[in-house]
Write a protein that binds this ligand. Structure first.
Ligand code: PEP
Ligand code: MG
Length: 466
């Protein structure tokens, strides 16, 4: 890295880093002052576990953050909460015993620290830092609508991941050039009857597509399994028998076997109808077999035919998530059937390292910096470049600037992330040079552990706040 670049990065990032570190260091201090908070004030939720339904219950409240005893950082509930701007700290043993209703709690979701009942003086300092932090991010947001180009003029496409229709209000303002991942399963959360109702889904999908006015929208087919049965109108016990291992069980595209008519076809028809209103792409989750894609294409063609005049004039592009090891190991075979790929680093990490992403007991193992995960990501990017098929990255790692820097160094040019992280990510990208990132990225594959990779990249990039 050139001296000029290093010092430029340092100046830019140190500001943010200082704020982050300062907050984290305040949070490190132990204090014992207790204050009652009246009910109508903003609050931090302390809970044993966060579920998507709990998040949807919190949507209209003034919750500022959540701390949980259990759960993993990339569980869907955490992703949903953070996309609504509510940070979550997971895996905090005994927190429900340590905090009582009315205690004052400060937290920093980025560094994962909390402080219980700070002194009045410390509370004042924390509030001042919070304001400073906010002002800094407001400045970043003002530049978010401009494209993200590296200093050597390489454009990185920045798209948004979305879970709830309410996020649409600020998706354009966030600076997103499209929706790279619409996690459609969340629309069934508050209304399971929608899962088999074409018209209700169509209304939602059409409004998303219309709102995006010509920008691409990737609808991911429902990605949910036996662990989330209440999501579906067909939540009857006889068709959704319990499984010991739902992450490896009946979920995602596998529903094509048991719930084709109840869930897959209605959703497919609703998306196809909506695609007449804009630029729609369809993506399949949890693909591990070629047969799943072949069967889906057959249903897609039948559905196009059955919709008649309601079908779009052209079949929307079809892509698959690369989130199982087999999908990347067989990427050349899958490429014959689909138009694009999107790497899902959350599940890819889960399946490559054989570590349940929702299980706090093994959360220490879950790490998207693991060289085995990075090596598969690189393999997918290299192959896609070779045959010139579009590929993006849409797991949470795409919103982590250190991981994103590695991906760009590997040659990635499309990232899809939580809208709340877009301004910051564009800001970082504008400080980077792809040739220099390439050198760093080549080096990370020589390491043996995730910790070594993280330490290396954090030492080189000087990106603050995380
Ligand atoms: C992923 O697995 O990385 C992903 C983007 O999908 P989800 O988090 O919804 O499983
Ligand atoms: Mg996934």
């Amino acid at each position: 890295m050139t001296d000029e670049l290093s010092s430029k990065m340092k100046n830019t990032f140190e500001d943010i880093k200082d704020v982050g570190n300062l907050i984290c260091s305040y949070l490190d201090e132990e204090e014992t002052y207790i204050t009652d908070i009246p009910e109508e004030k903003p609050f931090i939720l302390i809970t044993d576990i966060l579920t998507p339904s709990l998040v949807s219950f919190l949507v209209n409240s003034d919750v500022k953050g959540v701390v949980t005893e259990l759960g993993g950082k990339t569980s869907h509930a955490v992703i949903l909460s953070e996309s609504l701007g509510v940070p979550v700290i997971v895996d905090t043993p005994d927190i429900t015993d340590q905090v009582k209703t009315g205690d004052v709690v400060g937290m920093d979701g980025d560094c994962g620290k909390i402080v219980i009942n700070p002194t009045k003086l410390r509370l004042k300092a924390l509030k001042r830092l919070q304001k400073w932090h906010k002002r800094f991010y407001n400045r970043l947001h003002r530049e978010a609508k401009k494209y993200a180009k590296t200093i050597d003029n390489v454009k990185i496409n920045i798209w948004a991941n979305i879970e709830l229709i309410s996020e649409l209000n600020y998706i354009i303002d966030s600076g997103a050039e499209g929706i790279g991942l619409y996690r459609t399963e969340f629309i069934f959360l508050d209304n399971p009857d929608r899962s088999s109702d074409v018209e209700q889904q169509y209304d939602i999908y059409r409004s998303v597509v219309t709102e995006m006015s010509g920008r691409p929208v990737i609808f991911r087919m429902v990605d949910i399994g036996v662990d989330k049965v209440p999501y579906f109108s067909d939540g009857k016990a006889e068709t959704w028998t319990e499984e010991a291992n739902p992450a490896l069980g009946y979920r995602g595209i596998r529903l094509i076997n048991g719930h084709r008519n109840e869930i897959i076809i209605p959703q497919l028809k609703a998306i196809l109808k909506a695609s007449a209103y804009g630029h729609v792409k369809i993506m399949l989750p949890m693909v591990s077999l070629i047969e799943e894609v072949v069967e889906f294409i057959r249903l897609l063609e039948i559905s196009m035919k059955n919709l008649g005049r309601e079908a779009p004039s052209r079949r929307p592009s079809l892509g698959i998530m690369l989130e199982t090891p087999s999908s990347i190991l067989l990427i050349d075979k899958f490429a014959k059937y689909v138009d694009f790929f999107s790497i899902g680093t959350n599940d890819l990490t889960q399946y490559v390292l054989a570590v349940d992403r929702n299980n706090a007991r093994v959360a220490y193992m879950w790490d998207h910096f693991h060289p085995a995960v990075l090596s598969l990501v690189k393999q997918a990017l290299d192959y896609s470049k070779k045959i010139d098929i579009p590929i993006g990255i849409c797991g949470e790692a795409a919103g982590d600037p250190f991981a994103a820097a590695i991906f760009i160094g590997f040659g990635a040019n499309t990232l899809s992330l939580s809208p709340g992280r877009i301004a910051e990510m564009k800001h970082f990208i504008r400080q980077w040079d792809t040739e220099e990132l390439k050198v760093l990225a080549d080096e990370v594959l020589n390491f043996e552990t995730a910790e070594q990779v993280r330490k290396f990249i954090k030492g080189k990039l000087k990106v603050g706040i995380l």
